[in-house]
Design a protein around this ligand. Structure first.
Ligand SMILES: [Zn+2]
Ligand SMILES: [Zn+2]
Length: 133
């Protein structure tokens, strides 16, 4: 799989299939996405290779939660979960091109669903907080 940011400056490749795909409704993901949250695939960090634009990448470490990485030129959110130091990374499906073909199998942080957001009745597992909680 390959991924890009909006301006095209950052290009990366994911060499392994995602272990799972989840939509996160937490308040941090809403802030960074500008919408209802992020949809991410979990993969081993080693499986991600930056093809171009590594110098554009910026990483933000919030007080709570894991570091988030985005393109410093266009602001596209690309990685979560603590990339590049963590064992696993959350790759934002919005970056994957062509579009990732499957739906998320889980909704996480559903306790943070906003009043202006509708949680879809799509059969995916729901977790109040993290996966498994
Ligand atoms: Zn960009
Ligand atoms: Zn989140």
């Amino acid at each position: 799989m390959t991924g890009t940011c909006l301006c095209g400056g950052v290009r990366f490749e994911v060499a392994e299939p995602f272990e799972r795909v989840a939509q996160c409704h937490c308040t941090s993901c809403k802030k960074i996405s500008g919408g209802i949250g992020t949809v991410s695939g979990k993969v081993r960090t080693d499986a991600i290779r930056i093809l171009s634009g590594e110098e554009l990448l910026r990483t933000y470490q919030p007080e709570e939660g894991t570091a988030k990485t985005f393109c410093g030129e266009c602001g596209s959110n690309l990685f979560g979960g603590g990339w590049p130091a963590s064992e696993y990374t959350s790759v934002r499906l919005s970056a994957i091109e062509p579009s990732y073909p499957d739906k998320p199998t889980a909704h996480i942080y559903v306790r943070s669903v906003a009043p202006w957001e509708t949680l879809p009745d799509d059969g995916a597992e729901r977790f109040e907080v993290r996966f498994g909680e």
